[in-house]
Structures are given as C-alpha cells and as structure tokens.
Write a protein that binds this ligand. Structure first.
Ligand code: BG6
Length: 483
C-alpha cells in the first residue's frame, strides 16, 4: 500500500472543516509515516490566495510549530488551486495539476497502481455540482477513485434519497465514503472488540438481561457563531440521526459474519430496519435560554438565529428495536447543547438480580465513556470491605488514561482518512444505512414542524429542561441513572 501513487484533493480547502479537521489529520498521518511515500495533497477552493497565505491557513490548527521540520516537509507535498465550483476550465486546470504532480512524483506508466481521493469539505448544496465537475473533467478511469463526503446528507428521507440518487449517478457506491466522525472515535471502534472478543458480554446482550440502554451526548457550549447552520437543522438532525444512531446500531446489531466492511454494514443496516419510527409522545424537546446573571446568551440571542425560532437544541427520545433480542428494551437517546458538562456515554443498564438473597442496592451497568476521557466501567456490587456484611456499589474501572501510559488517541478524522487510504469502508455509512436512519426520524421531524411543537426552555449550563429525568424514567418504564 505504501507504494501507491496517491493524490488527495481537498475541496473547500480554505474553509473551516479543512482547516480544523482535514489538514491536521493529514499532517498527523504524514508525521506518523502513514501516508504513502508518494502522496500529493492539492487544496481547491474559490478564494484567490497566494501559496504562503494558504499554507499559513492550513497550519493554523496544527499542534506543532509551523516552522518545525515535520511541518515544512508536509507543506512540501501541499499545493493550492483556486477555482470556481462550476467552471469546466477550472476543473481542467485541476486535472492538469494532478497530472503534473504525478509526473513529478515519478509516475511510471498508466498500469501503475494509483489512487485519487476527492475530499469534499464543502456544504452539501455544492456536492452534486462539484461531483459532476470531477466526473466530467478530472476523473481518471485508469486509477482507483474515492470520494469523501460529510453530513448533512439531506434534510429528511426524501431529500436524502434525491441526494443519494444524484451522487449515485456520478460515482459507484464503493467509491463513496460518507463520513460520520463518531465512527472514528476510539471508544466507538472499541464496541466491536468488546462485544465480540469477550465471552461474557454476548451471553447477556439481550432483553433477558438488559433493562435499557442510554446514549447520551452533552456539550457545555451553545451554537454561538454557528446559529445560521444549526437553526436549519436542530439537534436531532445535527447529532442524533447520525452520530448517536450509528452508535446505537453497533451496540444493537447481531454479530457480523466477518470483520469485512460489508458484513459489518449489513448487520448495522439489518438492525436499523427493525427500529420503529420515533413517536412524538416519546420525545422531549428543549431550547436553551440565557443564564439569569446574563453571563451566557440564550439560543435566540444569537444574531444569526430568528427571534421566533422553535429549533430544538436539546432532545431526548425513546427508541424501540423490534426484534427478538431487544423487544421491550427502551433505548433512550439524549443530546443537548449548552448543558452542564461535556460528555458522551453509552450506558447499558442490566436487570435486577432475580433472587432475594441480598437487598436490592442498585443495578449493574456497563458504561462506555466515549468522551472526554475514554473509559469502560462496570458498576458492580461487592461486599463492603472489612467486618461488615453490607453491600456496597463499586466499579470495575478501565480508565484508558490510567491504564495506558503515554496514551495518544488520534483524532477521529485521522483514523477515518487512513481507512479511506486503505479502501476500508467499515467505518463509513452506506446509502441503505443512511436511508434507514432517515426513515426512523423523518415522521417525527415532520410532525414537530407541522404541529409547531414548542421546545421547553432550559438555562444555559443546566441539566436540560425541567422534568427530563422523570420523562425518560416514565417513558422507559424503569428508573434510569441520571446522566
Ligand atoms: C458535529 C455537530 O457533527 O459533531 C456539532 O455538527 C457537534 O454540532 C460535533 O458539536 C460533536 O463532535 P465531537 O467530536 O466534538 O464530539
């Protein structure tokens, strides 16, 4: 793999995603020696910029000093082309640049193994325009082509299908890599190993032993500065329909036949098909307001948000997986902006012990903490140490930062770009998965919009709208942990 002549084109190279995620991830891979020896990276965007300005922009989010030898060597493989997104001649120039870079890297002949990666760090409104230009003016049928795109993939089931069809007319499904960056997170990637490399989890991984599952995403900051984007989407489309549902599908799926990407994606899609559309009665919506002391603004205080916006910045909903493994087990998803902490957890709560030997203390739980600090712990009952015969709640605790010295967990984007370089689709969303994800959420989203459901207010920095714990406990029919 290391010898493959590789070209990576980053469209939208002067934008935020490229600056904050794509280029730092590419640099990380370069520094680790994980980019093929002959790689060239071409940034493409509309902004007219001299190369030094571009390079300065590109390095602005690097942790490394821009003058360091590693950064300088990396910049040596970076080029910039400015052009419009709908002008043939501009894309023909890009093709020229790719060809001349390949020659400069020592292209042998047309039979040599070559890869072209088109990373669209762009708003979806131009995906098809750019894809079409690439297909007509840049695409080289003599090499392997991979196209990387990122959400939002549509707005609902129908618009997502239109987008999928249009992109599908330009590229084959196995050329397309739909990023959901949660699939590149260490703890999310760990779910497969945890579930299928240990004998004891799979035995209890069903409705007979598991009472409920809670998938929680909390951010301590609001949408300041992104209000324009966010108001069009809301929290359900922003993180639930994609990141949280992807996590759910890996926790809920049956064992794949193998670790090959299509086997994994088949299993995920299969379980998504069994999820019933979410009901409005099983959903609680919230929108944050400013703090009483005025130190933090409310959602609608943002100039880019309409004053009468009813967009939810918080949502909690209960999902049901209608198959023999999970029937009757509530899956509680909760996500919110401007809450009291930064945390993403998957909490699997087990049933009560079916004997009366000991008084009930609390339930066992397996918790996977995705962020901020990766950890896995099992809430376990033990005898209180010493002469006492009482029970105590304790934890079997695998905190990665304590267990692994010099722990350096790469950013999700670095692992995902490496997967693209390796042609591994396991951690990318297939079009049928995407379709199912929208099927589950679309009726709810349409109902919220048509009935103009008003989100409940909650104060910036709080735990969410009043009654959030009671709501989940009532809908799920069990006492949940307050997370
Ligand atoms: C993005 C959402 O997809 O994920 C953001 O658009 C959210 O609103 C972000 O903040 C969270 O990602 P992470 O990696 O910071 O947990």
């Amino acid at each position: 793999r290391h010898d493959v002549l590789t070209t990576i084109v980053v469209f939208g190279a002067s934008g935020d995603l490229a600056k904050k995620k794509t280029y730092p991830a590419l640099f990380h891979l370069f520094q680790q020696g994980l980019l093929p020896k002959r790689t060239s990276i071409i940034g493409y965007a509309r902004t007219q910029m001299e190369r030094p300005n571009f390079l300065e922009r590109v390095t602005s989010y690097f942790k490394e000093d821009p003058e360091s030898p590693d950064v300088q060597r990396f910049l040596g493989i970076c080029a910039y082309v400015s052009g419009k997104y709908d002008v043939d001649a501009d894309f023909q120039r890009l093709r020229g640049e790719i060809d001349s870079n390949e020659q400069a890297m020592g292209k042998r002949d047309s039979a040599e193994e070559r890869v072209h990666i088109y990373y669209l760090a762009l708003p979806p409104s131009v995906f098809v325009t750019v894809g079409d230009q690439v297909r007509r003016n840049v695409y080289d049928g003599t090499c392997t082509n991979r196209v990387v795109i990122e959400k939002p993939f549509g707005h609902d089931l129908e618009s997502s299908r239109v987008l999928s069809r249009e992109i599908g007319e330009l590229f084959d499904e196995d050329e397309i890599y739909r990023i959901d960056h949660y699939l590149g997170k260490e703890m999310v990637k760990n779910i497969l190993a945890l579930r299928f490399a240990n004998v004891f989890y799979e035995a209890v991984w069903n409705r007979h032993y598991i009472s409920n599952v809670q998938i929680t995403f909390k951010e301590p900051f609001g949408t300041e500065g992104r209000g324009g984007y966010f108001d069009e989407f809301g929290i359900i489309r922003d993180v639930m329909q994609n990141h949280l549902l992807q996590v759910l599908s890996i926790v809920a799926m049956h064992q794949p036949k193998s670790l090959r990407s299509e086997d994994i994606r088949d299993r995920k899609t299969e379980v998504l098909r069994r999820i019933l559309p979410i009901q409005l009665e099983d959903t609680l919506l919230g929108q944050y307001v400013g703090t009483r002391d005025g130190s933090k603004p409310g959602y609608k205080d943002d100039d880019t948000v309409p004053k009468d916006s009813m967009t939810a910045t918080f949502a909690q909903c209960v999902l049901h997986v209608d198959n023999d493994r999970w029937r009757g087990v509530p899956w509680v998803m909760k996500a919110g902006k401007a809450l009291d902490e930064a945390k993403m957890t998957i909490r699997i709560q087990f049933r009560d012990m079916p004997n009366a030997l000991f008084p009930k203390l609390a339930r066992n739980e397996l918790v996977l903490q995705v962020s901020p600090k990766e950890s896995v712990y099992i809430k376990t009952i033990v005898k209180e140490p010493g002469l006492s015969t009482n029970l105590a709640m304790s934890e079997l605790d695998l905190s990665y930062h304590k267990r692994y010295q010099d722990l350096k967990i790469p950013d999700a984007y670095a692992t995902l770009i490496l997967d693209v370089l390796n042609g591994d689709h396991s951690n990318f969303v297939r079009s049928d998965e995407l379709d199912e994800a929208w099927r589950i959420f679309t009726p709810l989203l349409h109902q919220i919009e048509s009935e103009q459901v008003v989100p409940l207010p909650y104060e910036y920095g709080s735990r969410g709208p009043k009654g959030v714990d009671e709501f989940a406990t009532e809908r799920a029919g069990y006492k949940l942990s307050a997370g």
